[in-house]
Ligand binder design. Sequence first.
Ligand code: ADP
Ligand code: MG
Length: 255
Amino acid sequence: MSVPAIAVKNLVKTFGDSTVLNGIDLDIAQGQVSCVIGPSGSGKSTLLRCMAFLEESTKGTIAVNGEVLGFAENANGVRERLPAAANRRIRAQIGMVFQQFNLWPHMTALGNVSEALKTVHKTNRKDAEERAMAQLAKVGLEGRANHYPSQLSGGQQQRVAIARALALNPKIMLFDEPTSSLDPELTGEVLNVMRDLAAEGMTMVVVSHEIGFAATVGQQIIFLDHGKVLFTGSPQEVFKRPRNPRLEQFLDTYI
Ligand code: ADP
Ligand code: MG
């Protein structure tokens, strides 16, 4: 048995008085696509943000490929923040794509994809741009390398955002509603890029209301409700068989 790509144990996240994640236990398997579904406000984004260490958890642990990220209990059972260098190194295994593409408007597609390689990874310009071009080609945008975000469609911008994340060579990709701000006719091109990535064996966690994608590409479906995992199972178990009443009620609004 290989170690899970991400192991979440008793994860709690509170904002002030409100408990947004309420004891999440979850394993994200290596090389699989795990789809997180659930009503608005159920904690999906917060869960992904905690996994990527963009948000600090309140309790519990998150381990990435067997290494605890962010906070751990010391020998006396006291929760401690782990060293920044270790957190940075572990966090670098994770790439994330957001609903809003967050591209730099003053940089071309090539600039957006190569920037972090140059500034964070200290890759020289030529190598960074070669690598960025290869990633743009992978998302079908080699012909748009010199276009600025304003000259690209929403679907193309999101594909640039995916290329940007992939350029940093992550082991795990997290997607938070990657097609939710796109016109319906543009969602397909983004989902196709994600399908290709899944077929290559990338470990992916996808929050999406695209139930068709979850049913055909997802290998594990995770249903979140009020900050708890109410159900995990295969697409078959979630979509075809008699199921949890809350899940059924949720699916009735989407299918
Ligand atoms: P989802 O992605 O499933 O819609 P979120 O994770 O965005 O849910 O939010 C879950 C709950 O946490 C919501 O009630 C939201 O208002 C709250 N929340 C999220 N981020 C913050 C924050 N930074 N401060 C306070 N409350 C937050
Ligand atoms: Mg969300």
